[in-house]
Design a protein around this ligand. Structure first.
Ligand SMILES: NC(=O)c1ccc[n+]([C@@H]2O[C@H](COP(=O)([O-])OP(=O)(O)OC[C@H]3O[C@@H](n4cnc5c(N)ncnc54)[C@H](O)[C@@H]3O)[C@@H](O)[C@H]2O)c1
Length: 392
């Protein structure tokens, strides 16, 4: 029987740091490895680099620099027997996954991997990544063969701001690249994840996370479509939605589209893989949902333009304020922000479109390539979270 003593978490970002802190808080000794040396120093001083993350302050004050030791040097984790990797996977302009960060992290882990160690990937990836790519990077960097180390996948299911409570309460799944790995990974994880479910394989665990993103994207696209139809029919969408929803029907909220680094990206993992296999007819709905959600900014630009025509001024002089340019209310992040894209689209149309956001200073708005304006100084305010156009 393998005895797991020390856990390494590779990648101490928004997702990895809360996980490392929760593991440390469960009484385990954790080495956090991150190439950002400055971040490591802060964590070791007990400082919290993600202040919006509820509960993280307290955990880092207690464990930072003690049972959670952060380092930029992989050799400091050489005595660890469990390696959890949670670094980003970006997509290129054509939404093809770019594996270079993952490959680099796994090659570094491979360089210190020993026989009997367990490696778990948490980053959301196209199904098959753990079995194929991760296994081969680890083998080539470590010189070990496939059966000499355990390999598993467990998608993180956190939500920025609520990561600690998510880790402690939300169901988490884990699956091994083989049966032994699944069992070994389950035994380690259940020491710090109370609500854990072992699934039959790493590939199933990978698919679970991607499916969740697809579900959200398609359902938001449906809500957006129904919203536009209701608008055309002169129906109050909010009232209809409130009464339509019951335990067997959940119409989502309409929006300016879908932002963030997760939901707008994960459907592409499946779309691109189906295209690679020339199975074009298997992902039509996913593709359509992506298009529908991305087109919502054109819809809102059109609506705002119509409102501008009601203002007694030449079109180019109507002052428009887009209120809220982050991708989600209350979260200072801009990945694929459709609100930001909408503000740029309006400005590109030659309109006097500016922006304001409760989380951003004037300088921060300007750094996004937009002009800043207080909502009260505008002729028209578009509240991108409430989906309200107000004439002032
Ligand atoms: N943040 C979220 O809310 C969230 C939500 C859902 C899923 N995720 C998942 O978590 C993954 C990571 O996201 P994140 O938000 O933590 O990213 P992040 O950018 O906040 O952090 C990534 C960290 O990894 C470090 N890093 C990069 N390359 C490295 C390497 N080779 N070795 C060691 N460290 C390295 C970076 O310095 C950084 O601190 C995402 O790809 C996604 O799958 C995150």
């Amino acid at each position: 029987m393998v005895i797991f003593t020390k856990i390494a978490v590779v990648g101490l970002g928004n997702a990895g740091l809360p996980l490392a802190a929760v593991i440390a808080d469960s009484g385990q000794s954790v080495v956090g490895v991150d190439i950002d040396r400055h971040r490591c120093e802060r964590i070791n001083r007990g400082e919290n680099p993600i202040p919006q993350e509820a509960g993280l302050d307290q955990l880092l004050k207690m464990h930072g620099g003690q049972s959670l030791l952060a380092t930029a040097d992989f050799s400091d984790a050489a005595s660890c027997t469990v390696f959890i990797v949670i670094v980003p996977l970006f997509v290129d302009d054509m939404f093809n996954p770019d594996f270079c960060i993952l490959e680099s992290a796994f090659r570094s882990v491979g360089s210190i991997l020993k026989e009997g160690d367990l490696v778990v990937l948490e980053t959301t990836v196209p199904p098959g990544t753990t079995d194929d790519k991760v296994r081969s990077w680890l083998q080539s960097a470590s010189g070990l063969s496939s059966g000499q180390f355990f390999l598993a996948y467990s998608p993180e299911r956190i939500m920025t701001g609520y990561s600690i409570s998510r880790l402690r309460e939300f169901p988490k799944v884990i699956g091994g690249a083989d049966q032994e790995s699944g069992i070994a990974a389950y035994q380690v994880y259940r020491q710090f994840i109370p609500n854990l479910k072992l699934v039959s394989s790493a590939r199933v665990a990978e698919m679970i996370k991607v499916m969740e993103g697809c579900y959200r994207d398609v359902n938001i696209a449906l809500a957006n479509e129904l919203y536009r139809i209701a608008e055309e029919l002169g129906v109050d969408f909010a009232e209809a939605r409130a009464q339509a929803n019951h335990p067997y029907c959940h119409i989502h909220l309409p929006s300016t589209g879908v932002g963030g680094h997760c939901i707008p990206v994960y459907p592409w993992f499946l779309i691109r893989e189906m295209e690679r296999r020339e199975c074009f007819d298997r992902c039509r709905l996913l593709r359509l949902a992506r298009e529908q959600n991305d087109l919502m900014i054109d819809h809102w630009a059109q609506r705002i333009l119509l409102e501008c025509m009601r203002v007694d001024k030449p079109l180019g002089q109507v002052r428009i304020c887009v209120k809220g340019i982050t991708y989600r209310q209350g979260v200072k992040e801009f990945h694929h922000s459709r609100n930001l894209a909408l503000a740029h689209l309006l400005a590109k149309k030659g309109l006097d479109a500016r922006a304001w956001d409760e989380l951003l200073s004037k300088e921060e708005v300007e750094a996004k390539g937009l002009r800043w304006m207080l909502p009260e100084d505008a002729d028209i305010v578009f509240d991108s979270f409430e989906l309200e156009i107000r004439l002032r």
